[in-house]
Design a protein around this ligand. Structure first.
Ligand code: SF4
Ligand code: SF4
Length: 186
């Protein structure tokens, strides 16, 4: 079946999940170090506030501070949801009727990749509305696949120690479970 966004859906630009679990808080859009400056420049030009936090770090040993391998762009709502570049105020709509992205042509690689996710073998994210409503897709995913391969290549590392950053962001009711700062990736 051919992949295409569900009419009117903007779920992947709105909803953020706890990953890998509540302790790490809600994640943002994965941003590679090479992308960070351009995204920040585009935000500045449009007078949009973006919060960039580290996502993954690497080091040679557990006693060494992590070097950032990837960042994440956090949602604009206090609970971590809603990408700061999602245009929810105007009457404009994307070709499939969802809220438009203010930087669509220059959106992050992670956005170009979705709903493909980094699993072995590669799968569609079951939280994508298309997957919920239509199940599996194996066509019209060339750009997503290409973007995923780029991310995998750019995030390749031989560092022996991998760290994951806990964002401290999430629902008020989950605050007691959510941490902030670097933790070893188990
Ligand atoms: S990729 Fe999936 S979740 Fe995102 S807008 Fe399209 S159908 Fe909705
Ligand atoms: S940058 Fe654009 S495509 Fe990516 S999550 Fe934000 S609004 Fe959606």
């Amino acid at each position: 079946m051919e992949f295409k966004c569900v009419e009117g859906c903007s779920d992947c630009c709105i909803n953020r999940e706890y990953y890998p679990n509540k302790k790490f808080g809600k994640i943002g859009v994965l941003i590679l170090p090479e992308e960070k400056q351009e995204i920040e420049n585009m935000a500045k030009e449009r007078k949009i506030n973006v919060s960039m936090l580290p996502r993954i770090g690497t080091s040679r040993s557990q006693n060494e501070a992590p070097t950032i391998l990837a960042y994440q762009m956090m949602g604009r709502e206090i609970n971590g949801n809603v990408c700061p570049f999602l245009d929810t105020d105007s009457e404009k709509r994307s070709p499939h009727g969802g809220f438009p992205c203010k930087i669509y042509d220059k959106r992050p690689l992670a956005c170009k990749t979705y709903p493909l996710i980094q699993t072995e073998p590669t799968q569609l994210d079951q939280k994508c509305k298309f997957c919920k409503e239509c199940g599996h897709a194996d066509k019209n995913l060339d750009e997503e696949m290409e973007s995923l391969l780029k991310i995998k290549t750019m995030m390749k590392t031989d560092a022996p120690v991998i760290w994951r950053y806990a964002t401290g962001v999430g629902e008020e009711s989950d605050k007691n479970h959510i941490k902030t700062g670097w933790f070893l990736d188990e």
